[in-house]
Design a binder for this molecule. Structure first.
Ligand code: FES
Ligand SMILES: [Fe+2]
Length: 339
């Protein structure tokens, strides 16, 4: 197993129009993304076969992409279908074909896969996407750090009181308990004892101050999901897909999907503002972490509250070694910590 075996988001479906070509990087590979004649997304290596211009700088017309340098034209399979200097003498040569990758569309996202593994790992199903009673707010942010550190941040409770004071959580020295389980390439976390400590939104989300059902999870290789359930009409998910661009650049697509009953439409702009506000604070702290890692290397001093991170790293390390993390032994840890 390797990271190239998985599907990665390269765009929201609505951002890829029939005349658009997008430039993307996934796992260091440069991609030009456009829609072919049949409307299906096409992903070609962003390199013209002729003299190495970038295809993503070109133009799309009727599902064909024209290189900006000397005008060679590529179809949705990466085949060269016109060479201006050859005029009517042009004939297709099989050797003249750009490298192309598998694509698919799901839940309003376009995905690309760089390898063709024997086992298919379908993209993570975004919870309740476009289902009745649910609203989704989508935000996209670039982090200057790697996928592992981003994913870990998204399911790290202890940082919230310090990086997001007020808006998310106050430091109150409240004891929480979590059950952390590693199984089948995932890390599943259940929290107990959580009640009102959710900053500005406590009154709306949990007016009675009841115990909250809160679960977090990580799914190989790059998905995190946070779920809060305060009872009927007060439930939300935060699902993040961290896309590796390069070793220290990660593009994160975040869906906040919520069911606030009659407040759904009204809540949307507040949810968007809050999500972006919180994520911008994480972008800053993760950039700082990356600077220090670049200077001094990765050497962490973990506590029991970091169990989630240790499990996430064990899964991602396995994939880097070409192994299948689903073969790691199942582990369960009960952890007490204070926030
Ligand atoms: S480099 Fe693309 S057409 Fe010449
Ligand atoms: Fe955060």
């Amino acid at each position: 197993m390797k990271f190239e075996d998985f599907w990665y988001i390269v765009a929201e479906s609505k951002h890829l129009k029939s005349s658009t070509v997008l430039s993307r990087i996934v796992l260091g590979e440069w991609l030009a993304i456009f829609r072919g004649e049949d409307g299906k997304p096409v992903a070609l290596r962003d390199r013209c076969m002729h003299r190495n211009s970038r295809l993503s700088g070109g133009k799309v017309s009727q599902g064909r992409l024209q290189c900006p340098y000397h005008g060679w034209v590529y179809d949705g399979n990466g085949r060269i279908v016109a060479v201006p200097t050859e005029g009517d003498n042009f004939s297709h040569l099989p050797s003249r074909c750009a490298k192309s990758y598998d694509t698919l569309e799901q839940d309003g996202y376009i995905y690309v896969r760089l390898a063709s593994p024997t086992e298919d790992f379908p993209p993570f199903a975004m919870p309740y996407y476009q289902q009745a009673g649910w609203e989704t707010v989508r935000v996209i942010n670039r982090f200057h750090n790697n996928v592992t550190n981003c994913a870990e941040n998204f399911i790290d409770i202890p940082h919230t009181a310090f990086v997001h004071p007020g808006v998310f959580r106050q430091s109150r020295q409240q004891q929480l308990e979590m059950k952390v389980e590693r199984c089948d390439g995932s890390v599943l976390v259940e929290y107990r004892n959580e009640n009102t400590n959710l900053g500005w939104y406590s009154h709306f989300l949990n007016p009675q101050g009841q115990e909250i059902r809160h679960t977090d999870s990580f799914h190989m290789p790059n998905i995190t999901s946070v779920e809060y359930d305060f009872g009927s009409d007060r439930r939300f998910f935060i699902t993040s897909q961290s896309i590796p661009e390069t070793e220290d650049s990660t593009l994160v697509y975040t869906d906040v999907t919520f069911n606030y009953g009659i407040w759904n439409k009204l809540a949307s702009p507040f949810v968007r503002w809050t999500a972006q506000h919180i994520i911008s604070q994480d972008v800053d702290i993760l950039a700082t972490q990356n600077q220090v890692i670049e200077k001094y290397g990765t050497q962490f001093a973990n506590t029991p509250a970091d169990t989630i991170h240790i499990f996430v790293e064990s899964i991602r390390d396995r994939i880097s070694q070409g192994e299948d993390p689903r073969k790691l032994p199942n582990l369960v840890r009960q952890v007490k910590f204070w926030v």
